[in-house]
Design a protein around this ligand. Structure first.
Ligand code: HEM
Length: 445
């Protein structure tokens, strides 16, 4: 008799590798088709593991919020990302995770995060100096450099100008291993001396080396506002040992989780604005009339279109396009029984573009967030930051950074796309562009 899992609609794929070939070729199209052909809970197999794609917002809420005790982070994440972030917050589980989260949480409250507004705007001004000198830019490269500099100053209290290229290259080396089209490679042990494995190891070593150096260079002081100082202080006050490897894991996690995702959100939002001049003009006017020339949290509080643009950009091009969990016990989700060991994949890409949830899902239409059309949706129709206890700890930080950087850029510059079509997507752990993202920037008259 077929098991509860096998009774689910879905596809079997090939022996052993299952659906890896189709997933690797075009993961976003594969998941979108799976959803449209087999419904909002569909099974597929990859590398001997039983997966389901869960695209039903109520079911996602069960997995991430109400039944989250029945799940842990999925096998693939822990197996692959473990070398890079060790026991850092993103991959930790159980009591260890709870303690880490409690100790880091206070530093991500809005009143603390506001301390970082100065560096966020300051580094954007430096970027704009470069744009004034040379207006033909690669958005992804510029946004990555910007968010890296902001992360280094706010997280570590240091300037990384001389090491920004090295860190950027190391992140590229690490992220290439997680590219969806390398999924087959992920079945090969990381110790095998393949070029991709060597590149990955090199990236991991560089990242660890850089963070070790940053820890050495860091000078503790009473009035330091950087996250590292606060984290060390929090651990000390709670009598928790913060040894070097634990500190390094945590900081690499924040560097990776915080910089990569925010760079992509900024890249895609600016790309969409460059490609929709009428929306860009409307936002610039709103920034001028409500915030004057200011880019401060208070001045931007009333610019509703700014948040609508960011929400809409992260709906269409979510920096994190899928979240995975594995069931640690048998559990009922969306009315179906999932056996322990099932890998549950939820996908922002699929849900954010579901025509049953969103009117004209492929259209960039920020107004839907202002006229009530987006507001009547289930909670998990839009979840760029995840949800439940493992929700993104940096969401307030990211939203502040996006608001300030976008406002400063649009108050100063007018941008247009440097190519006709959007660059192809290269889904890794995050939704990266597969080619440069060219724009032309001109100072606003
Ligand atoms: C637009 C920017 C960002 C996006 C779209 C984003 C997205 C996400 C998502 C979807 C998760 C949940 C993953 C899961 O449930 O498996 C997450 C977790 C996390 N994010 Fe973010 N993130 C962003 C910015 C940041 C920033 C700025 C930081 C830190 C400075 C950060 C640090 C983390 C950490 C540490 C976790 C793990 C939390 C835990 O498991 O307790 N993220 N992020």
């Amino acid at each position: 008799m077929a098991s509860a899992y096998e009774q689910l609609p879905g596809e079997d794929g090939w022996p052993i590798v299952g659906s890896i070939p189709s997933f690797s070729r075009e993961p976003l199209a594969f998941l979108t088709e799976l959803r449209s052909e087999h419904g909002s809970l569909a099974r597929f197999r990859m590398g001997g593991l039983d997966y389901v794609l869960l695209a039903d917002p109520a079911g996602i809420e069960q997995v991430l919020v109400t039944e989250d005790d029945s799940f842990e982070k999925h096998e693939y994440l822990r197996d692959t990302l473990g070398d890079v972030i060790g026991g850092g917050l993103l991959a930790a589980e159980g009591g260890t995770w709870r303690t880490q989260r409690q100790l880091a949480q206070p530093d991500f409250r809005p009143e603390r995060v506001r301390d970082y507004a100065g560096p966020m705007v300051g580094h954007t001004e430096d970027l704009l100096d470069g744009w004034r000198r040379h207006g033909h830019r690669d958005l992804h490269e510029d946004a990555s450099q910007l968010t890296l500099r902001i992360a280094a100053e706010t997280l570590f209290g240091v300037d990384v100008d001389d090491r920004a290229d090295e860190i950027g290259a190391a992140l590229d080396d690490v992220m290439q291993r997680f590219r969806a089209d390398r999924r087959l490679l992920a079945m090969v042990p990381k110790s095998w001396p393949l070029p991709a494995n060597r590149r990955y190891q090199r990236g991991v070593e560089t990242l660890h080396g850089v963070v070790d150096d940053l820890i050495d260079e860091h000078e503790p002081g009473q009035d330091r506002v950087d996250l590292m100082s606060r984290l060390i202080q929090n651990y000390r006050e709670h009598g928790e040992a913060m040894d070097r490897s634990r500190l390094r894991d945590e900081l690499v996690t924040f560097l990776l989780a915080g910089h990569e995702t925010t760079a992509l959100a900024l890249t895609w939002t600016l790309w969409l604005l460059a490609s929709h001049p009428e929306i860009q003009a409307e936002l610039s006017e709103e920034l001028a009339s409500h915030a004057g020339g200011d880019a401060t949290p208070a001045a931007l509080a009333d610019v509703g279109l700014l948040d609508a643009v960011i929400d809409e950009a992260m709906r269409l091009l979510p920096p994190v396009w899928a979240i995975g969990r594995q069931a640690v016990e048998d559990v009922e989700i969306a009315g179906r029984r999932l056996p322990a060991g099932t890998q549950v994949m939820t996908s922002q890409w699929v849900v954010h573009r579901d025509p049953q949830l969103w009117e004209a899902p492929g259209t960039f239409d920020p107004q839907r967030w202002l006229d009530g059309r987006a507001g009547d949706k289930p909670r998990f129709a839009h979840f760029p930051f995840g949800g439940g206890p493992r929700t993104c700890i940096g969401d307030t930080f990211a939203m502040l950074e996006l608001r300030l950087c976008l406002a400063r850029i649009l108050q100063t510059m007018e941008i247009r796309p440097g190519r006709d079509e959007r660059p192809p997507l290269d889904p890794s752990l995050t939704l990266r562009p597969g080619e440069p993202v060219p724009i032309v920037a001109e100072t606003r008259s």
